[in-house]
Design a protein around this ligand. Structure first.
Ligand code: BG6
Length: 480
């Protein structure tokens, strides 16, 4: 007879966020400015992120800056954590804002007020039995490092990052047992501003600086893994990638090959280094092909090899479909990923194609290749929500989306034998969108009364999905 494995008893159900998208308090507690603080709200943000030549200045005459206030988690964290506890969260993913700990990034000593803030947050979580899952760097590089060092272009930034991770590991070693280094590290291939901390210059060839910056990040990540294992031996530290399985548009072998190569670059390049500890043969050829000469210093390769991650965390929102020869008409509209429209899939209001089976495929691909535990740390539907007159928010579309994705994980565990640690859906409380700076692109179980024009009381309310997710957790994924 078949044994039912299903979700393990200690499965880390929860929700995920990032400091810059929810904390607000952007000047409070001596916090310094970071990249997200200079990114304007609205769909123009997407253009800024994908075009060269951004100057990293605040221009209040032209733009608004929704991240500055976020949803004011900085002051409301107790109330929010109580709501997470009410849903039965086992874990809560958040990032530490680097600039609360080192406001300019290059100071010698950390900022006590910033350290104390996260002590309060972690204590509150632990009080409710919620395990903090911490992203060390989530698109939040100190602006000073961007402006004066060129972000990850500079090798010097590794030293500042090392100082930062030592400060937080030493301070929180008794409170935080789950860590991950760089959020969606491979996003630097599409959006260097957020991921790598610099903008490609208008006339510049992107290849050399991009892959050199990645190398610096890999070294920094390995140093963080090393420090974490030394300072908190019972902790687990992972890498964090965007995973979007790449499908060939059809059975034309040329398209199949193209999809395979896209996948090697986008999905596996970073994970190969962080999980296997080395650059893949494919990437070495890729560097040659694009005249990229990496400055790899003595000891770097040994460091990468000896300090690989304990698990893979990844975000999953959509799959991607590719063909070798594509026209502008084939292109998926509104999406941050390139690719062509998949005739079998519907898309969200933002053009993100909805594909629960793609999550099962992703889990299989990753587990087959690496055989380390997997943690889905982002997944969810960005949608417009409406509050009814009686104050209810009936987000059945979100429930449908999440239900199908959770089923896909269940099948991956139950039928395919994949090892999973947990699931933290993205934006468990409404927050500012990373790609468009909008509030109206909502992901939460908890509604926040704040709008794109900055108005709103910031009051929190429970959506229909809140009660649904509570029951999912209570039944350990049996009742969907
Ligand atoms: C991921 C990021 O890319 O997707 C998050 O790690 C982000 O920061 C999330 O918010 C959803 O994207 P968006 O653009 O809808 O906020």
């Amino acid at each position: 007879t078949k044994t039912k494995t299903r979700f393990p008893q200690n499965f880390l159900w929860g929700g995920a966020t990032a400091a810059n998208q929810m904390e607000g308090g952007f000047h409070e507690g001596n916090k310094g400015l970071n990249i997200a603080d200079v990114l304007p709200g609205g769909k123009q943000r997407l253009n800024i992120l994908s075009e060269p030549g951004f100057d990293f200045e605040i221009d209040k005459d032209q733009y608004s800056y929704p991240n500055h206030e976020g949803i004011d988690f900085y002051h409301k964290y107790k109330e929010d954590i109580a709501l997470f506890a009410e849903m039965g969260f086992k874990s809560f993913r958040l990032s530490i804002a680097w600039t609360r700990i080192f406001p300019n990034g290059d100071e010698e000593e950390p900022n006590e007020e910033g350290l104390a803030f996260y002590d309060r947050v972690f204590d509150e979580l632990n009080k409710h039995g919620i395990e903090p899952v911490v992203t060390i760097s989530h698109y939040e590089m100190p602006l000073n490092l961007v402006k004066h060092y060129g972000g990850w272009r500079s090798r010097e930034v590794i030293t500042f990052f090392e100082r930062y991770v030592h400060a937080i590991f030493n301070r929180y070693k008794d409170k935080v047992k789950y860590w991950m280094t760089f959020n969606e590290i491979n996003s630097g291939l599409m959006m260097p501003i957020m991921g790598l901390g610099f903008s490609i210059q208008k006339e510049e060839d992107k290849y050399q600086p991009t892959f050199q910056a990645f190398h610096h990040q890999f070294v920094a990540s390995s140093l963080a893994v090393k420090a974490c294992h030394e300072i908190i031996p019972d902790a687990k530290i992972g890498c964090m990638i965007i995973f979007a399985p790449v499908y060939a548009y059809d059975s034309n072998p040329e398209n199949q090959l193209h999809a395979l190569q896209e996948e090697r670059l986008f999905n596996y390049y970073c994970a190969d280094v962080q999980v296997r500890g080395e650059y893949s043969p494919f990437m070495k050829r890729y560097f040659e092909k694009h005249d990229i000469e990496l400055d790899i210093q003595d000891g770097d390769l040994e460091l990468l090899k000896e300090n690989t991650v304990d698990y893979i965390a990844f975000s999953y929102y959509m799959s991607r479909t590719e063909k070798k020869q594509k026209t502008a008409d084939d292109q998926v509209k509104g999406n941050i990923m390139s690719g062509v429209k998949n005739p079998f899939l519907e898309a969200s209001d933002w053009g993100w194609e909805i594909d629960p089976t793609g999550l099962r495929i992703s889990l299989n691909k990753l587990y087959e290749r690496y055989q380390v535990p997997l943690f889905v740390v982002e997944n969810g539907l960005g949608a417009y929500d409406e509050m009814e007159e009686d104050g209810s928010i009936n987000d059945d579309y979100r429930i449908d989306y999440l239900r199908e994705h959770i089923k896909a994980m269940r099948s991956a565990i139950d039928e395919d034998g994949v090892e999973m640690m947990g699931y933290t859906s993205w934006g468990c409380i409404d927050l500012v969108s990373a790609s468009t700076g909008e509030m109206s692109k909502r992901y939460g179980y908890i509604y926040v009364d704040k709008h794109d024009d900055g108005s709103g009381s910031l009051e929190r309310s429970r959506k229909k999905s809140f009660y649904w997710y509570k029951n999912v957790i209570e039944s350990n994924g049996e009742e969907l």
